[in-house]
Design a protein around this ligand. Structure first.
Ligand SMILES: Nc1ncnc2c1ncn2[C@@H]1O[C@H](COP(=O)(O)OP(=O)(O)OP(=O)(O)O)[C@@H](O)[C@H]1O
Length: 264
């Protein structure tokens, strides 16, 4: 079976510093992964490699059947990946003056807006509306982005990332900066997507954001893998203490894990 992501022994160095060191990791179809690590642990660097924005100094990378550096077409691959990250902040200004539906439509071309040379069919319009409905934000269809709450804006960006029927949806800290209620609304949406047919890769600092539909975890520390595999095996006090460089223990409540800081 073709892997969704396969990286073997990848390392990435910058200015003599190892940012990623000997990372080997495989995501199989149907596995829902989260990557967890502190600031600077290498999460975004790994995503940049997986999406072809950065080439590793060494190692093998294969994503959705595209082998990097072997004539694999990376722009085509990117069309198959939905991406929500802080990089979308650069689109905030043009997004502000568009409705939720118009923003979802921009997902077709992964652009900031629809230009005259873009083709938008009646089917695309219906699809954009259907995605918003399916995600429970149909009420925002005609609402301007700037008037939406931050939680609603994040959910619109996730809807946009689904426009192209991606084979992989990457969510890089999609809850950053949200209050507790907005975060829970975004997480509930992601959990429903991950529990359905959508292949999700979720990146975060916080174990509290690992919802029941996430099945596998990759823990990173200083560019190296602390542990990886099925959630139940990886989510241990010892692994998290290493990952967070702090003595911690895990509490579980209704299928979610919560972090407790222990006295050193
Ligand atoms: N282009 C670059 N040149 C030099 N150093 C870099 C570059 N990109 C990232 N780094 C360094 O690599 C380390 C890992 O950064 P990265 O952004 O991957 O971490 P992260 O886990 O995503 O952090 P955060 O949670 O804060 O987003 C950091 O120390 C960062 O300074």
């Amino acid at each position: 079976m073709q892997a969704i992501i396969r990286v073997e022994n990848i390392s990435w160095q910058r200015q003599g510093r190892k940012i990623l060191e000997d990372v080997t990791w495989e995501v199989k179809p149907g596995e829902q992964w989260a990557i967890l690590g502190l600031n600077g642990s290498g999460k975004t660097s790994l995503l940049n490699i997986v999406t072809g924005f950065q080439f590793p100094s060494s190692g093998y990378t294969e994503v959705l059947g595209t082998v990097f550096g072997k004539g694999g077409n990376i722009p085509n691959l990117r069309q198959e990946i939905g991406f929500v990250s802080s990089a979308l902040k650069r689109f905030e200004k043009p997004f502000n003056s568009q409705t939720a539906k118009a923003i979802v439509l921009t997902g077709k071309y992964q652009s900031a807006q629809i230009f005259s040379f873009h083709e938008i069919t009646a089917e695309d319009e219906a699809r954009a509306e259907a995605i918003l409905e399916r995600l429970g934000i149909g009420y925002l269809t005609k609402q301007y982005y700037r008037t939406c709450s931050q939680g609603e804006q994040r959910r619109i960006l996730i809807a946009r990332a689904l426009m192209n029927r991606p084979r992989l949806l990457i969510l890089d800290e999609p809850c950053a900066g949200l209050d507790v209620k907005a975060r829970e609304e975004v997480l509930a949406m992601i959990d429903r997507l991950a529990a359905s047919e959508t292949q999700v890769l979720y990146v975060t600092h916080y174990i509290e954001e690992i919802t029941p539909a996430i099945t596998h975890l990759l823990l990173l520390k200083d560019g190296s893998v602390v542990a990886q595999g099925p959630k139940a095996e990886v989510l241990t006090d010892e692994n998290l203490t290493q990952t967070y460089k702090l003595p911690v223990s895990i509490r579980e409540h209704q299928g979610r894990a919560y972090l407790q800081i222990e006295q050193a």
